[in-house]
Ligand binder design. Structure first.
Ligand code: NAP
Length: 295
């Protein structure tokens, strides 16, 4: 059997088209468009490339987009003042501070200074708390977990009553996606297990997963024999395993042995082209929802 491929590239395109349509309608009805500011401190090449992609996507959707580049030696106080300025700007509905920040700046202090109602990355403790409570109080879902849940739903995978196993317990992926899948509601109502480096029998847990979500950052961690036949496998891992000599580009692999796993799973995400493209897409959707709420 060869699994059905869950293409984040295709699904994210469809979602971006839906967002664009909503932005067009908003502009027509209210004269307003979603406003997103991306604050980049310094010139870390990976950060520059992420921010460039975010800015390009926002502009393509018709957002008001401010790319606010700051020097690497900006003081923490000046950065906090900048965030305060955007917190009070009614045309800005989403504030994104690209991480990592320079060592002399306290990341936590900076992220906590963002107005929780403009925190489109959903890293603020208030939004983490809202996620835990679930239901109507949730304002924003963190982008990568939201993208994972969207892939599960749009691939037609049944989540209600499903055994979900999440490999990894980080604050940005493992813990939030586990909580989201356990909540009451559409695309959730699952029975969730979180596993990590101290788990005694990783294979046994994975083997009973109807939905296996892997976010460990270890190439080929999940062996084909760990996969339940017919299950849905979401591979979040992005691991650079080398460089393509011809193109000079990084060779990327997930946390799952994809070539063998696809012969056992029912549905599976590739790396690249699976979860990756969904993250920016969900950031855009959070900004749109924030603008809709403020109007
Ligand atoms: P992280 O903070 O390093 O957390 C990794 C988690 O995996 C930890 O909880 C760790 O357990 C667990 N783990 C590591 N090795 C393990 C093993 N051998 N057995 C069982 N558990 C193991 O990583 P992250 O930020 O969550 O990211 C995970 C992966 O997803 C990375 O490859 C990252 O690049 C990728 N990622 C992709 C996207 C995207 O596509 N948009 C976004 C975010 C992350 P302990 O807690 O016990 O150490």
């Amino acid at each position: 059997m060869t699994a059905e491929l869950i293409s984040g590239t295709e699904i994210s395109k469809a979602i971006l088209a839906e967002i664009k349509q909503e932005v067009d309608e908003m502009r027509e009805k209210t004269g307003t468009v979603p406003g997103l500011v991306t604050i980049l401190v310094g010139e870390n090449p990976a950060s520059v490339s992420y921010v460039t992609l975010k800015v390009k996507t926002a502009l393509n959707l018709g957002f008001k987009e401010i790319q606010d580049n700051q020097p690497a030696d900006i003081s923490e106080q000046d950065l906090l003042a900048l965030i305060d300025k955007y917190n009070n700007d009614p045309e800005i509905h989403g504030i994104l501070v690209q991480l990592p920040l320079p060592d002399h700046v306290d990341d936590k202090k900076v992220l906590d200074a963002i107005d929780p109602d403009k925190d489109v990355d959903a890293f603020h403790p208030v939004n983490v708390g809202r996620l835990m409570i679930g239901g109507d109080v949730v304002r924003f879902l963190p982008c990568t977990p939201a993208g994972i849940q969207e892939l599960i739903v749009r691939s037609g995978t049944e989540t209600s009553g499903a055994e979900v196993v999440v490999v990894g317990r980080s604050n940005i992926v493992g813990k939030p996606i586990a909580m989201m899948m356990a909540q009451k509601g559409v695309g959730a109502n699952s029975t969730v297990t979180i596993v990590h480096t101290r788990t005694k029998d990783l294979a046994a847990h994975c083997q009973r997963a109807d939905i296996l979500i892997v976010a460990a950052g270890v190439p080929n961690l999940v062996k084909p024999e760990w996969i339940k036949p017919g299950s849905t496998v979401i591979d979040v891992g992005v691991n650079r395993i080398g460089t393509n000599e011809k193109t000079g580009k990084a060779i990327l692999r997930g946390d799952v042995d994809f070539d063998k796993a696809k012969e056992i799973a029912g549905k599976i995400t590739p790396v690249p082209g699976g979860v990756g493209p969904m993250t920016i897409c969900m950031l855009m959707r959070n900004t749109l929802r924030s603008a809709q709420k403020s109007i």
